[in-house]
Design a protein around this ligand. Sequence first.
Ligand code: HEM
Length: 459
Amino acid sequence: MSTPIPQPPGVPILGNIFNIDQNNTWWSLKGLAEKYGEIFQIKVLGKPIVFVASAALAEEICDQSRFRKYVGGPIVEIRYAVHDSLFTAYEHETNWGIAHRIIAPQLSTQAVAGHFNEVRDLTSELIAKWTQLGPKNKIQPIDDLNSLNLEATTLTFFGKKLNCLTGPVHPMIQAMEDSTSEAMKRPTRVPKFLNSLVYGTKFKSATAAMRAWATDLVKYRNENPTDRRDLLWAMMNVKDPESGKALTDEQVIDEIVTMPIGSSTAPCAIDAAILFLIQNPEVVVKARAELDAVIGSGPFSHEHLAQLPYIAGIARETLRLSFAAPGFNIEPIPRPGDTSPVLLAGGKYQVAHDQAMIIVLAGVNRDPAVFEEPLKFKPERMVGEAFDRLPAGVKKWFGNGKRECVGKHWAWEFLVTVLAKLIHEVDFEAVDPAYQLKQDGWFNVRPVGFYVKVKPRGA
Ligand code: HEM
């Protein structure tokens, strides 16, 4: 006998639509995970969606012999902007493999190491801005961190300096916000016709702005020939070793647009890290001891990264507690002719043979069955053997298997580099010392209403 999957009480026809705040879906899901535990379901317009929120069940449904990425809901909606790109391609679409084999080598640890100096120097530009704010010293770090991230992806992947760390918000940042928010809201909007009638124009203009940014990068490269062998060079020139195919001009634009949408998770994580560090001054003391011993007052070089295990622990503990990428979708691999239910936890639960499931990392990453004091920020548990001993289910911040984050090495180096520099060089103070983490967002989540003052370390 299997156990029924818990479900909050709903309303006729619309089901559980009111259990989810359409303007903050992931915060609602975090709340439901805290209430219901390892697994729960909701019904929206008659369709069940199952949510998995424990480490053990997450690990089970990350078994690629039984499950795969589910391309549905908001991911299908964002295909309007990027078609069958890496993030949005269905399992059967051959373009995923072609693009993956062309793009992944440019995002290997070795390739990413070649961009260390660029990311370090851009971070120095941000720190210079922050430490010269004068009377305007009250900032929402996410604003500038988003700019830093767009600047870093545009420079390292596509070879163009945008100079967007100062001045108004870059149109690409606003367009990503508009398109991802719209993609999240469309699947459950009632009545459906409002999607095209009222909100279609916003979706269209955000898509046009993102594709214009990407088109400009290709134009810039064509007009400024260079020896850089970067991601853009690969997208425009390399042929897939397996099929011999290159990306079409339209696919190049699709993949260029996909990259900053993926990468926009990294600044959300750093913003949360700033909060965790303010709340845990003893962590800053330990981190600075490591940074002073390894980097001291000399130049920060790529070789230092491997000598900063405690900073790496801070980055991992941030990924755990911020769940900046808040979840990902899974479905059972179709078994032709077999529509029997799929058993989970050795038969404790049953789901339909084609049931879409969403892993809610706010539950998984803070699973009390794995972590003592799961809500505490303790980088020590993310260092060395302690980290190695943790079960695979709680290390899914970059997704899973074949469809794991293709940018994970870049993201990791960005996180460690930026965090190391910020901790080493500046002091943060929360404008509201009683601020408690509240997040919102679309494809990623970031602290809301979190303001800080910044000054040079020790000043
Ligand atoms: C802290 C930073 C990041 C986190 C936590 C993160 C997390 C994730 C997760 C959870 C997935 C799986 C999504 C799914 O299964 O639907 C994913 C996929 C992806 N990410 Fe990231 N990501 C980060 C940074 C980046 C960066 C820097 C890039 C750009 C290079 C990027 C590009 C992508 C792409 C293209 C995919 C789709 C991969 C595929 O399906 O083949 N991400 N990411």
